[in-house]
Design a binder for this molecule. Structure first.
Ligand code: LIP
Length: 269
């Protein structure tokens, strides 16, 4: 088995175990908020922490020399050249409100390049996977299928997802940018979970996605899944995708959305 396939198998097994735990152990009255981060609505629950601890424990047991970057602080150095980028619950607010679209996102990088990614959506019964050079797959009750983005969808017909940050200033700017996007696209979706939106682009359930403010752990697995499904994931003017801006879409649609967003100055806050 190649290293990316080995890492992917571990990512999938671990994401599924964490996903099951998050469903089975979700307190009946909802999880407790144990911390807030960038704003009072940017929350961490005890379940985010428990899931990250489980993921790190499982991966460390199998690969003790690997490094970690985890949303909830599980960051540590390693000596193997492999780093795991982990979001134990992407879409924590959806999880808090018991909305189904949240996910466990686990990516493995080798020397800084993502080579394997798994996004587990327990409430949908779906697992999205990609190993670099091996395509992207959706595993669900009905079977496994290869993913392909929608390419060359004219912007006027494109279903575009986006998301909003937690800080008021950032949200005010994002609302202004949205007024420039909305009249030029089929419609907008705001699902609340970056990696779910990326997987939906990969699956052709959305034509495009853009967001400012997402972190490495939100995008690491989902971006690889979009790329392996034939799509582009970048920031403005060829920048790497990241917290400044992440745009994901198929060829043709990507360029059109990029050129619509650039003069709207989405980075100005
Ligand atoms: C969330 C992202 C989402 C964004 C939210 C938040 P979290 O991540 O996935 O796209 O709009 O503001 O950042 O905080 O649930 O891991």
């Amino acid at each position: 088995m190649s290293l990316p396939d080995e890492l992917l198998a571990l990512a999938v097994e671990t994401a599924r175990e964490a996903g099951r735990m998050l469903v089975d152990k979700r307190p009946a009255g909802g999880p407790d908020v144990v911390q807030t981060k960038s704003s009072p609505t940017d929350v961490v629950t005890q379940m985010d922490r428990a899931a990250e601890a489980l993921i790190i424990e499982r991966i460390r047991a199998a690969r003790p020399d690997d490094a970690f970057l985890g949303e909830e602080g599980g960051t540590r150095a390693g000596g193997s050249g492999v780093r795991w980028v982990v979001d134990p619950i992407d879409g924590t607010v959806n999880y808090l409100y018991d909305l189904p679209d949240w996910a466990v996102s686990i990516a493995a990088e080798v020397d800084g390049t993502a080579v394997a990614g798994a996004v587990e959506m327990p409430r949908r019964g779906e697992t999205y996977t990609a190993a670099r050079g091996g395509g992207a797959l959706l595993h669900a009750a009905g079977g496994t299928r290869e993913l392909r983005v929608n390419a060359r969808v004219p912007l006027a017909s494109a279903l575009v997802a986006t998301g909003f940050g937690y800080a008021a200033d950032r949200r005010a700017t994002q609302a202004q940018v949205l007024t420039g996007v909305l009249p030029n696209v089929r419609d907008i979706r705001r699902g609340g979970t970056c990696c779910v939106d990326l997987c939906s682009v990969a699956a052709g359930r959305l034509d495009a996605y853009y967001e400012r403010g997402v972190q490495a752990w939100d995008i690491a697995a989902g971006a690889l899944i979009v790329q392996e499904a034939g799509g582009r994931v970048e920031g403005l003017h060829g920048a790497a995708p990241g917290s400044e801006l992440t745009i994901a879409a198929g060829e043709g649609t990507f360029e059109a959305l990029h050129d619509l967003l650039a003069p709207l100055d989405p980075l100005r806050d």
